[in-house]
Design a binder for this molecule. Sequence first.
Ligand code: 13P
Length: 278
Amino acid sequence: MNKYIHAGSPQFFAFNVWSIESAKAVMDAAAQTGCGLILQTSMKAYEQLDKEGFRTYVKDYGQKNDIKTYLHLDHCRKMEYIHEAVDLGWDSVMIDASEKPLCENIVITNEVIRTARQKGVLVEAEIGQIRGQEDDISSVKAGIAGMREIEEFLKNTDVDMLAAAIGTVHGLYKGAPDIHYDVIEQTAQITEIPFVVHGGTGLSDGELLRLLSYKNVKKINISTDVKLAYRRGIEESIRDGAMEPKGFDPLRVERRIHDSIQQMAAEKMELLKKGRTM
Ligand code: 13P
């Protein structure tokens, strides 16, 4: 079993990507910084991918360049995709049944664990509701996970990673983030199961470093920042004339987008390294 995340494993940023090109940009940041990484696909991105081609590219490029890369299916609500990703060699999957009552969330999560374990694939589950929009998954409720709920969930599932809502949001923050660090701390007192933080975009370096100071936080998700970096690459291309009809230069545009994503991801990875020395 490729149990790449566990109580003693390193901490990771997990970046949402949607193509070989966006994956390569993040992997180049990992090569640059010497950090491992998780590449994750939302359900919507997963639907659009040539999945086998994507997996083969990511695994080959990782091996060739000595980059520890793990593939994760993010916020999945469709059993058929979970089965397929497990069969195709994704390293982990997230079942998102957080909008269901707790008892149903437990039943669904256990069903996913049964499927995934057979192939050594890890399972992440969500409790409480993480607010905001992540591609086609959205929630307007701010449901901070309660400790009783977390305990009950952990007593009844053997999940590998726990994403509990702590006040971070998917997408851009309206106002200052109100992060319930106490939920992370109290969870560490009852379990060694790795804690996953969603909604990493928009958190300051200080907030990210504080999250990384909790040794049970093993995965912090970054999605919107990848898209914003992509956008900056296009904006730079417009500014420097690479998008003009005369002299239009797709290679230069793609290089700008790549470099913009790589730079953003490398900056986050440097925080991982800084966190290790604190
Ligand atoms: P952000 O878009 O806020 O970075 O959230 C990403 C995320 O949590 C994906 O599951």
